[in-house]
Design a protein around this ligand. Structure first.
Ligand code: GLY
Ligand code: MN
Ligand code: MN
Length: 431
């Protein structure tokens, strides 16, 4: 079982007298007795596969009960109202835990589970029990014989250990990412086909979700960005309520979430299905930046090379477009391209859209390894009132974002199926 393997690997990295306390998420009230859609904490899910609210897992190496779960008890009335609970009896079978207790017993039982454990590792993103942890540790200190008490216990975050692991995906994760990406490719194709002057951004947002739902996605991994014309200047535009206009570029940044894993794809295309000469020229620059970066992806490539290559291509493109009037060297040294491209060009992708894990080891950029998955997403943005560019450029944002898997000897562009060249986009929209 993948989850068990992940737990074992984590515990192998920690001291033999440690205990890991993983606190799952609780539901958040939207209004009165209505909650927001529940989402388990991603680290909790990564190590347990358990998606019910109000659970705590205690992992202990070198123990006859390495995985103890506290979770909601069976409750007929609550289950009729709010859905199935696995309860304690089924938890062992479903999740492979060695013991399961009612979450109401956490306070009473936890101090005993921490006995003789010198290093305590905690994950509690919603701070549900962070304020209780010292009390639990002290309880045991007070009750222990003086020569047995672990007085100098240390408390750490377990997140760095989990997050470094999460950068490199296992086969189960890659399978889900592929499902999320394939569904999203279909979603993007649907939006391209449906877009036309007069259609509202919200309608297309719904069309995207409708299509990824057909492929098993129950959610999107982040609020869909459906940005026509100047709306694309806002990188995380989510108002999505303008009508599309002839002559505009529509930027859609959207990814379906398949069993907790998300895609993150951006396409930018003309609302009327035909790129103008100016739109074409800008699009070609952004696509070249993306393709030049993708071409470098293989094991051993330092992470920052992707950004630097993309930016170098954008800088040359801005010079060729007549927007920057300087040498390439000056554009790079003074970072003049940043006026039109403010964001970085990618991030790890997985359970989180901006997935966890560092990009450097100490001061050195990480190098790529097989089974890492990340986005590459260069863009150029010209604000409607930006007088530093000719009028035909203004009010347009073009970003192209693909999801890239590092393979043993190179890479695979998982999202290549969403039309991405000018020819592919125009042909798909006309078909
Ligand atoms: N959709 C958010 C991002 O591309 O980073
Ligand atoms: Mn992204
Ligand atoms: Mn994106």
């Amino acid at each position: 079982m993948n989850y068990q393997l992940r737990r074992e690997r984590l515990l192998q990295e920690l001291e033999q007298d440690s205990a890991v306390i993983l606190v799952g998420n609780t539901e958040k009230v939207r209004n009165k007795n209505i909650t927001y859609n529940f989402r388990q904490d991603n680290d909790f899910y990564y190590l347990s596969g358990f998606s019910e609210p109000d659970a705590v897992a205690v992992l202990r190496p070198n123990s006859d009960q390495p995985f103890v779960l506290f979770n909601l008890p069976k409750d007929e009335a609550a289950e009729v109202s709010f859905g199935h609970r696995c309860g304690q009896k089924m938890a062992g079978e479903l999740l492979g835990c060695d013991a399961a207790y009612d979450i109401a017993e956490l306070e009473e039982r936890l101090p005993a589970l921490l006995e003789q454990r010198q290093h305590i590792y905690l994950s509690d993103e919603q701070d549900r029990f962070s304020h209780r942890i010292f009390d639990w540790l002290h309880q045991q200190r007070r009750s222990a014989k003086f020569d047995e008490a672990k007085i100098f216990r240390s408390l750490h975050s377990v997140l760095p250990f989990i997050h470094e692991r999460r950068i490199v995906k296992d086969e189960d994760e890659l399978g889900r990412i592929r499902k999320a990406v394939n569904a999203s490719v279909e979603g993007h194709k649907t939006v391209m086909k449906t877009a036309a002057a007069g259609i509202n951004e919200q309608q297309l947002t719904g069309a995207f979700f409708g299509k990824v739902s057909e492929f098993g996605c129950q959610d999107v991994g982040y609020p869909t960005i459906m940005a026509s014309g100047n709306n694309a200047i806002c990188l995380h535009y989510t108002e999505n309520n303008d009508d599309l206009q002839d002559g505009q570029i529509l930027l859609i940044d959207a990814g379906g979430d398949y069993q907790y894993y998300t895609a993150d794809i951006t396409r930018s295309f003309p609302v009327n299905g035909k790129f103008s000469d100016t739109q074409k020229a800008v699009y070609e620059v952004v696509l070249a930046a993306l393709d030049n970066a993708i071409a470098l992806v293989k094991p051993g490539t330092p992470w920052n090379q992707l950004y630097e290559t993309a930016m170098s291509t954008l800088a040359q493109g801005l010079i060729d477009l007549g927007i920057l009037q300087c040498s390439h060297q000056e554009a790079m040294e003074k970072e003049l391209y940043k006026r039109y491209s403010v964001h970085k060009t990618g991030h790890w992708l997985g359970l989180d859209v901006h997935d966890v894990g560092r990009y450097k080891n100490d001061q050195e950029w990480k190098t790529l390894e097989p089974n890492m998955v990340f986005t590459i997403e260069p863009g150029l943005y010209f604000e409607a009132n930006d007088e530093s560019v000719a009028p035909e450029f203004r009010g347009m944002g073009i970003r192209i974002e693909d999801d890239i898997l590092v393979t043993q000897d190179g890479h695979e562009n998982l999202s290549a199926g969403a039309p991405r060249t000018i020819e592919e986009i125009e042909a798909w929209m006309a078909s």
